[in-house]
Ligand binder design. Sequence first.
Ligand code: PEP
Length: 253
Amino acid sequence: MRQKFVAGNWKMNLTYPGALALISEIADQLGAAKPTDPVVVVCPPFPFLSGVGEHLPKGGSVHLGAQNAHHKEGGAYTGEVEAKMLVSVGCEYVILGHSERRQHFREDDALLGQKLKTALAAGLKPIFCVGESLETREADETFDFIAKQLKDGLFHLSNEEFAQVVIAYEPVWAIGTGKTATSAQAQEVHAFIREQVARAYTAAAATDVSILYGGSANAQNARELFSQPDVDGGLIGGASLKAADFVAIVRSF
Ligand code: PEP
């Protein structure tokens, strides 16, 4: 069933004490979850996962996610982190295909396909990101570009595997820039993504998949973005680092 969803991507920010302070503030401000509340996920840097996991609010209102995972199942890959390790410290989600990984670490659709498989096999739910650059948008190629990212990166999954996935539409030009997509721009692409899912899988899969918007979403614009019929929540970067802003976004539905 489609779920409302807010995930915080802390990126390469904070120190361990800062991370614990942030999760403690989020826990205090959110309190106990009601059944109608969105699924809330926080994605701290790897070294903080275990400690942040221990400070999640009691009752399971906030879930733990990682920002990346390696595509192999263990072995001689110095400095890397495998999906099963993430599960062993309490992670339920993993962000894959973030534009910063695609751009700075040259992660392509073939590699992301392997990462998805390994993460799913370990029991993680992937938050799979797609999104066009400003150049692509200005060339009026957004829909073709998104369709290709979905086809090459995601649609090789089986129906059962796909049912575990959350999609995040993150226009690259909106990430960390303060230039949010308008709610109409977000809705247009989200509806398109849902249509592609219906074609690749089933109408039920398209109805059920949660599609998040990411790109300079904040406490001021979240309500308008989340009011769109195909926007099921947000993947939040900068605004997830302040407890009051993040909690306000969670309460924006
Ligand atoms: C992100 O990096 O996933 C993101 C949406 O960042 P920001 O909210 O800072 O634009």
